[in-house]
Design a protein around this ligand. Structure first.
Ligand code: MRU
Length: 360
């Protein structure tokens, strides 16, 4: 571990950074934020995979970028093996990585991109020792693309926000969850950068507290006025007319627009409809899984119940209590006003508008 170069962090620091000099992947340790600002160094694909599993790096696009670098690290590790053994080992590494977190489709997407490139090169009898460098180039491209997608999402979504709006967001879909700028936070940032006077309600997002620990930290770095609330306060605020716009990120969007995002998003969306407040999803096309017809098919991660029973290492429930930790829920498409992507905003009926985005 090493201290990040900047002592007063701003979101100009990179969540994910590749160091060419010693072929090392640097990740901001998101478990330690906001108290400590440190990098974790991953020198092989196991370390990168464990960083995804343990949520040192989290957020669907950031997980995808990390997975692409992890595949390049695996290829570097196996580059002296005979051709067929090399590709078999790479397939195994991909299968192992894919198991680290099940819900965010960006993970599978990035692994598939890497494996299909490696297989193409292998089938074309390209020397095995040169394949890792091609995978590294791909990982860098995926990272650069994600940043560009977030900026475009911000530009489309920022237009929807009016001067004076109070915006609610859930979980963290900011620079920390992406290659930079963020999706939902990117939309909020674009409105702020356009000079609109906005205020953000930040859901704390139990149990992992991505809102309290990460989004509130990002809002401070960005200088965007905000107020942290516990998750059970948002209904009250909506009912009293204190929320005009809601935007969250996504982990996997089905072909019909049903969207998996952090646990608690569904409740927010239902309350938004009850109170006539527009509820938007912001996500790149890499988060859309056209192979999945509806949200029922989206795998929902279940994590250790200890993450519910302990907060900051302190037990908050009796010894021996049964607890459960569902990481995500699915918001049915009928609650979603629009899906803001880098290609524009998809509107209902999503069965038509989502495929149209892929053709742009
Ligand atoms: O469990 P996490 O922290 O990885 O969950 C993150 C979310 O649910 C985000 O909203 C989503 O990945 C979008 S990030 C741009």
């Amino acid at each position: 571990m090493s201290e990040n170069a900047t002592s007063t962090p701003t979101l100009k620091v990179k969540t994910i950074e590749w160091r060419d000099s010693d072929l090392t992947l640097l990740l901001i340790d998101q478990i330690k934020l906001p108290h400590h600002f440190e990098n974790v160094e991953c020198r092989n694909f196991h370390e990168a995979g464990e960083a995804i599993r343990t949520m040192i790096v989290r957020g669907a696009p950031a997980i995808g970028v990390t997975a692409a670098y992890a595949m390049a690290l695996a290829a570097l590790e196996y580059r002296n093996l005979p051709r067929d053994e090399f590709i078999e080992k790479l397939d195994e590494a991909g299968a192992w990585l894919n198991e680290t977190r099940p819900t965010a489709v960006n993970l599978k997407w990035a692994i598939d991109q890497s494996l299909s490139l490696a297989h193409r090169l292998h089938d074309a009898y390209i020397q095995v020792v040169s394949i890792p460098w091609e995978l590294l180039r791909l990982a860098k491209q995926i990272q650069a693309d994600d940043l560009a997608f977030c900026k475009a999402i911000g530009a489309f979504g920022g237009e929807l926000i009016k001067d004076g709006d109070n915006i609610l967001t859930h979980c963290n879909a900011g620079g920390l969850a992406t290659a930079g700028y963020g999706t939902a936070v990117g939309v909020i940032t674009a409105a702020h950068e356009a000079g609109k006077k906005i205020h953000v309600w930040v859901d704390e997002t139990r149990p992992y507290l991505q809102g309290a620990r990460l989004t509130a930290w990002e809002m401070q770095q960005l200088g965007i006025p905000h107020t942290l609330i516990t998750d059970n306060m948002s209904g009250h605020l909506m009912q009293r007319g204190k929320v005009q716009f809601i935007v969250t990120g996504a982990d996997r969007i089905a072909a019909n627009g049903d969207t998996a995002n952090k646990i608690g998003t569904y409740m927010v969306a239902v309350l938004a409809k009850e109170n006539n407040i527009p509820f938007y999803i912001a996500a790149p096309l890499t988060t859309i899984d056209l192979k999945i017809k509806s949200g029922e098919e989206i795998p929902i991660e279940e994590r250790s119940a200890d993450e519910v029973v302990f907060i900051g290492g302190k037990r908050i429930a009796p010894e021996g209590v049964h607890a459960a930790h569902f990481g995500f829920d699915v918001t049915p498409a009928r609650y979603i006003h629009g899906i803001i992507t880098e290609k524009g905003i998809a509107r209902p009926p999503y069965e038509q508008s989502i495929p149209a985005l892929f053709e742009k």
